[in-house]
Write a protein that binds this ligand. Sequence first.
Ligand code: NI
Length: 156
Amino acid sequence: MAIRNIVTEGEEILLKKSRPVEVFDERLHTLLDDMRETMNAAGGVGLAAPQVGVLKRVVVADVGEGVIELVNPEIIDEKGEQQEIEGCLSCPGKYGITRRPHWVKVKAKDRHGKEFTMTGEGLLARVFCHEIDHLDGKLFYDSVIEMVDPEELENE
Ligand code: NI
């Protein structure tokens, strides 16, 4: 495993649409392993492949209940609404209150190409939405209602 560089805002790759994975091979497994290590090292709760410079529909997430790997993920159902503070490893120092569904159902494939569905609520729902947006070239600003001054966060 290796820690990869996280692409930051201003790089064009973050605004591009990622391609679906068609081959579930060793290269994909290495990408997933590296993304997991990179996310953990950065202290993030989610990471999408374009953030490490790879335009493939691959996401990892970990909200403290173990690492979740999503290949070609799609949100197939959603309920409710939440407004919480969100940031992004690719947008250091930037935080905003986003509007997201409170609950989502995601359909995806695992690293071997097997399809599964999974639900997430609260933080996990937010992470799923945020990371899947990255695969469509969208940053969290698109969902922000109001930006938050990071200094106010530190004083809390
Ligand atoms: Ni992000």
